[in-house]
Design a protein around this ligand. Structure first.
Ligand code: GPP
Ligand code: MG
Length: 287
């Protein structure tokens, strides 16, 4: 069975957290995420990586949009697959945490790949309910469960997780608090995998494009250095770091061609191309 977090403290601690919860509770008819998820029932809240097939842009007009949607979804699932490549191998009896689990797509994929128990936490009740309904739909609800909990304060027992990941969620929290919590719940030798967008300290202060992304999503993108400081301060030792920025650009180029574009595409393209923003994968082990 998956673990039901036992502590009954308040889930939302600050006005900012209440604002973030409200954002995700009210973003229900988000066309881009629902349309992509309808393809195979894996609903993601992260972006894609890798080249797209340029043939989709030459598809006949009546099929072009659906071809783009399929391709965007393939790239988003490829991103989750890359994250999972670094999370495992894991035994079937492993317990893992999806911290900021959204509508649950990466959690279902983790269970499919490893057979492991997955707990996801989100501060959006809507997302938790949606993700649990998906787990039922995929008939994995006995091993994949989602909880209305705060990833800074999960209520999970000490040293109870063999692996933890954050898939584009760390920009909503203080990293020191987050990694203190992960260090507490990870077993010694446990693995943490993060995919994130971060600002480039080398180029100085935050760029306009990064500020636009922050305000679009109500988030606070951290500088690159903040990740490594907070990991080191909490006994999480990096074993791999990949700069995925170049691989992230085609997704945004293709998304800009879609009717589902939300208006934030140009900010990502500008930020990545000018070098003020990186898309990183960080893998660390709990010592
Ligand atoms: C995507 O969510 C991720 C975030 C909102 C966090 C911010 C990520 C950064 C890398 C800065 P989504 O899939 O709900 O966004 P969209 O609706 O735009 O597809
Ligand atoms: Mg999305």
């Amino acid at each position: 069975m998956t673990t039901t977090p036992t502590r009954t403290t308040e889930v939302l601690h600050t006005d900012y957290q209440r604002a973030v919860a409200r954002y995700w509770d009210t973003h229900r008819n988000d066309g881009v995420n629902l349309e992509l998820g309808h393809i195979d029932g894996l609903y993601h809240h992260h972006y894609g990586i890798g080249p797209y097939d340029p043939a989709v842009l030459d598809t006949a007009p009546q099929e072009r949009e659906q071809a783009i949607v399929r391709e965007l979804h393939r790239l988003e699932s490829a991103q989750a697959d890359l994250l999972l490549d670094h999370l495992g191998p894991l035994p079937r009896d492993a317990h893992v945490l999806d911290a900021g689990s959204g509508r649950g797509g990466t959690s279902v994929m983790a269970h499919r790949r490893f057979g492991c128990h997955v707990d996801g936490v989100s501060i959006s009740r809507y997302q938790v309910d949606f993700a649990n309904a998906q787990a039922e739909q995929h008939r994995v609800a006995d091993r994949v469960r989602f909880h209305f909990r705060n990833m800074l304060d999960t209520g999970l027992p000490d040293a109870s997780r063999q692996a933890v990941w954050t898939n584009e969620t760390t920009m909503y929290v203080e990293l020191d608090q987050l990694y203190a919590e992960f260090a507490r719940i990870l077993a010694p030798g446990g693995r943490y995998v993060c995919i994130t967008g971060c600002s480039n300290d080398v180029t100085g202060g935050r760029s306009q494009a990064v500020s636009r992304i922050d305000s679009h999503y109500t988030c606070n993108i951290h500088p690159r250095s903040a990740y490594f400081k907070a990991l080191a301060a909490n006994g999480l030792v990096p074993i791999a770091v990949m700069d995925l920025t170049a691989q992230a650009i085609p997704y945004w180029e293709l998304r800009a061609e879609s009717d589902l574009a939300t208006g934030i595409e140009e900010s990502f393209l500008t930020a990545y191309r000018e070098g003020s923003f990186h898309y990183l994968l960080i893998v660390a082990d709990r010592i």
